[in-house]
Ligand binder design. Sequence first.
Ligand code: KG4
Ligand code: ZN
Length: 367
Amino acid sequence: MTALFSSDFPPSLDRPAPLLAIESSCDDTACAIMLPDGQICADRIYSQNEHAALGGVVPEIAARAHLAHLPDLVTQCLADAGYQLADMGAFAATTGPGLIGGLIVGSHYAKGLALSMNRPFIAINHIEAHALMATWPLMPGGGAPFPFLLLLVSGGHCQCVAVRNIGDYTLLGSTIDDAAGEAFDKVAKMLGLGWPGGPALEKLAREGDARKWDFPRPLIGREGCDFSFSGLKTAVSRVVSRFGAEALTRRDAADIAGSFQASVARVMADRVRNALSAFPEAKNIVVAGGVAANQAIRTSIEAVAQERGLPLFVPPVRYCTDNAVMIAWAAWQKIRAHPAADINDLNVAPRPRWPLDDMRPHPFAPG
Ligand code: KG4
Ligand code: ZN
């Protein structure tokens, strides 16, 4: 393997050669360039609007859009940072979990750059990157120290993870049907809001009475910290159809949105309480993912944090939704954790499912 690489492999942490990272696991095409100490030299995201009219992410369209936008995005990032490709010390990309088409596009693009520049490629687990982003030292207020409980709530994920250290994670619970953001998006659609519906639903909920409808709070009071949203969604859809989509006034829709959001917020708090009981070593709570932008959910987790006397850490939205800075930071952490080793994941295959507690490399099957 070493014959493939130049003599300054693996990249030195002392010499400030930056790393270029790509994220393409869902509907955001993102690229970032970062120095070993975490300083960002470039950070761009193209949020694919190709899906808006279709009411949800279409995997094939997402993969094509990544392919269409990635080359320009990388060129723009290099221009922003004032670097050439040859200045990069390493290249990294998300190789899972996510939509396989996008993972193939992004990871193979980064591998191609790594090969052509004679530099290593670092394969990054998307969930691990969300988790480690909280530790980024340049985060406003400083990075969160280990060990922490991560509540990851986005359009694709809904899980509680015990994060003990780099590479030491335990999945405590996850959704048995929809992700939290997916539930927000589907309910928003029932209420005639656009896609993605989470932000619009939260805005509408502010005008409504969150106690108007007593919607179910799935799994509340049950052991463990799994999530389920299908029963709640069905209950909302029954109420909406009782009105009839046309007869639904803005006020009715706001009451339904508020009541739905209140149910989700209470479910989240209950699940986080159980997760903390299963992981009493947690020194703080981190909430990440697009749904972490929701104020009702933040307030409800804040209450749990106060009950337990733990600090709550919510990265700014830019870094808690999908981005490439988190991929770059996770890659530097991986390099830092193996300073003397040959880190080269060129033979690591993209994986649509890549459980966080399986951090072993996953090479291509031979032949
Ligand atoms: O992390 P993210 O940008 O992408 C992934 O899905 O990985 O999360 C997007 C999800 C969407 O489902 C969106 O509706 C939801 O996060 N979301 C919200 C809010 N902002 C974004 N859900 C509820 N309230 C919000 N304010
Ligand atoms: Zn994500």
